[in-house]
Design a binder for this molecule. Sequence first.
Ligand code: GDP
Ligand code: MG
Ligand code: K
Length: 284
Amino acid sequence: SKVINVALVGNPNCGKTSLFNFASGAHERVGNYSGVTVDAKVGRANYEGYEFHLVDLPGTYSLSAYSPEELYVRKQLVEKTPDVVINVIDASNLERNLYLTTQLIDMHVRMVCALNMFDETEQRGDNIDYQKISELFGVPMVPTVFTNGRGVKELFHQVIAVYEGKEDETSQFRHIHINHGHELEGGIKNIQEHLRAYPDICQRYSTRYLAIKLLEHDKDVEELIKPLKDSDEIFKHRDIAAQRVKEETGNESETAIMDAKYGFIHGALEEADYSTGQKKDTYQ
Ligand code: GDP
Ligand code: MG
Ligand code: K
């Protein structure tokens, strides 16, 4: 049977290991993770005649180079190139969880989102048009409850649809670009043009992702760019764009990028009629 390599990516405590256990029949420890070692558990699952190789990755709030977990997850996504990423989202804390989703979109990975903890959102009386939010993010989103397996079959159905490229039939997968504003987008475009001269780089990375990471002054990506012949030109474009952003908004480019991503998330949630049942702690 066909094998699909799937990586589970998401914030800590969103339910990744619960999905891993449910789908693969494993018994990994769920709950707060307080170990020191950063590693990935591997398991197998079967749905609709496909075999899934699942990798349960450490939890991360973002894909910056600030923690060993974040660097590890980035490295896994680039070097192990899973066929499809399942981005597990704690739907009771949507805004914060969708931040990681916007970074995965930059990386141009094929993915499906699990809106997990859906039971908690229902109990709270949250409202969300999840079809709409899927459409706006260009990613299929499936409501799930991993503690009882609700939505898991549909989730893997969507993974297959994305893997097989059946965008029109069953899944809303399409690659979108989050608009980071005129100055940043200009810088991104200029950097991308230079990066296109390096096929080995283009093969491994989304050039848009690398450009955004440079504008975030990401040390790891800077080290990747330094050895290139026209690295000076690339860094010059980065610095010019960062300077213009600073003049225009008063913000560092990394802050401007974060603001743009949260702006996109807020806009999408609003269009999807999002509201929480309780007082609006996390979203206003
Ligand atoms: P991980 O850190 O992403 O691997 O998250 P875990 O799988 O360890 O889950 C964190 C906690 O959330 C555990 O106590 C799970 O039992 C619980 N949990 C996982 N999925 C759900 C869900 O859909 N609904 C509810 N109510 N709890 C869940
Ligand atoms: Mg876990
Ligand atoms: K919980």
